[in-house]
Design a protein around this ligand. Sequence first.
Ligand code: PRX
Length: 652
Amino acid sequence: MADKSTDKPIEVLLQERRSFPPPKSFKKSANMRNAGLFAKAKKDPKGFWAQAAKELEWFKPWKKVLEWDSPWAKWYIGGKLNASYNCIDRHLSNGRGNKAAIIWEGEPGDERVLTYRDIWREVNKFANVLKKLGVKRGDRVAIYLGMIPEIVIAMQACNRIGAAHSVVFGGFSAEALRDRINDAEAKVLITGDGGYRRGGIVPLKRNADEALKETPSIKSVVVVRRIGEAAHVDMHDGRDHWWHDLMADAPMWCEPEKMDSEDMLYILYTSGTTGKPKGIVHTTGGYLTGCHLINKWVFDMKDDDVFWCAADIGWVTGHTHIVYGPMANGVTQVMYEGTPDWPDKDRLWSIVEKYGVTIFHTAPTAIRTFMRWGTEYPQKHNMKSLRLLGSVGEPINPEAWVWYHKYIGGGRCPVMDTWWQTETGHPLISPLPGITTLKPGSATKPLPGVEADVVDDKGNSVPLGGGGYLVLTKPWPAMMRTIYGDPDRYVQTYWSRFPGKYFAGDGAKRDKDGYYWLLGRVDDVMNVAGHRISTMEVESALVDHPKVAESAVIGKQHEIKGQGICAFVTVKAGVDTNSALVDELKAHVAKKIGAIARPDEILFAAELPKTRSGKIMRRLLRDIADGRALGDTTTLADPAVVAKLKEQYEEE
Ligand code: PRX
């Protein structure tokens, strides 16, 4: 495995000297102010996590907190609960029934406000719809929708009846949707006639129809009408139903299933180092416990907050910081359908001002984009309501952090740089706003109840000041339980590199104060604008094109996206390599995977640099693309190949 961690200018990062102690207001009133809890949780992790679980409502208490047969975890054994009951019903009896749960704004400017009672009614009705369509406890339901309230309702309705949802990001292609449906053998697909994005229409149903040609497990399709006539959708008789038709006479009460703590709550696919995405499995009791607690602490969620996580629900951030975390905490949240620059580049800030958003969460790639657009856009709006900011998805460079703090947070809002993954369920390394002194660019330290380490190649802990691989050394409730249908891959991917330790796939360095500085992936996974894409997925899409013989894909440093996708391609004999082919190949990848995977650069190579055993040396390709001197080339079958490629790259 190539170690990319050394590629990063860590010395530059570690020279970062600015620090920001918690503001007095947070120290006084934050949900979590007890710094002693770190040591307490370390001493008695089970006791700590048992206490956290007690904040949920259980139909039946658990008998045992944890059973750990590494790497197989079971939490809250014997406990019974329901996620939708915890996220919705219990707020009706604690006085939050008429409180706004979701303040939604569509891209064209339409608005909807749904109270907790409204959501409760819709979820109950839709749960009954799903039952009527034959969905049973343990079944899987695929969801391919844009950012409209129905996506939240659909997910909560699934868990209410004990079906696992598998949300597929609306920007994914028909093929990506098909593969995910088939892997999970989903029975029902919930989609929409389309969604609005940057003034255009995302043809969700048409993509779905394409996918549905090869998804034998799907018996019914439910279609939300978001667009209307302009979407021009075909409804397939007997298979496709309009959401509003099915909801019209659905009963308003559906008894929540008493789920076992370890029953599957959802599957969410993420890229690994092979071309085949992994279905990450989360379970009910552990995930919801962690999600509830960490949202409450890291984002300091209070009853009068207006929380806004500007992520898409198609990613884990949207699951944890829109659907489950804020709702389990009963807060009001804002949800927005479209892009930040529609109709103009101040759209997000106008939403903050309009709804009085108090907590705002986004990704570094977005922050860098805002920086490029200029300060005039946030300065057009009164954003004094903001009190806390979040960042997630990729390392945040200190300059972007400081800009975010100053121009969005008005210099008064602490920035929570939260490190985590689809697999971990919620942030594991993150500051706490009432306790942690912040250092721009560092996700700071593991949260209470979380044990992390930085280890060397042999798995030995690296002393403070050094760098290596990030691992987690103790189980935590919201950890993934397995890869759907592929337990061996679960063991192989996460638990075999350093036996007994969870290998995150990230490089990290700790400074003398024990602060963690994340350095990016150390495997063949790219992080493109906060999206995880495997080099292999893009390579497979490229070689699927009839003119391509071979390809090697790497992540190349990119000012805004963190990493951009750079592909080296060799073509079949007799094929002309020209700019039309570059465009054709870029479009081909976008069609196979989705626009997020469209390569930024394609370079035609006569040959790719390979070891004598035939392995492509991506490390050298990264050197070429990032303009560095070439690393060790002694293991190459023909060192001339890479030298020539470097020359060619520099010329183009
Ligand atoms: O490389 C890390 C990066 O994103 C990866 C996880 O991607 P995904 O499962 O799609 O989840 C993204 C949202 C949680 C990690 O392995 N990453 C995530 N957050 C950070 C980060 N890298 C540095 N700093 C972060 N705060």
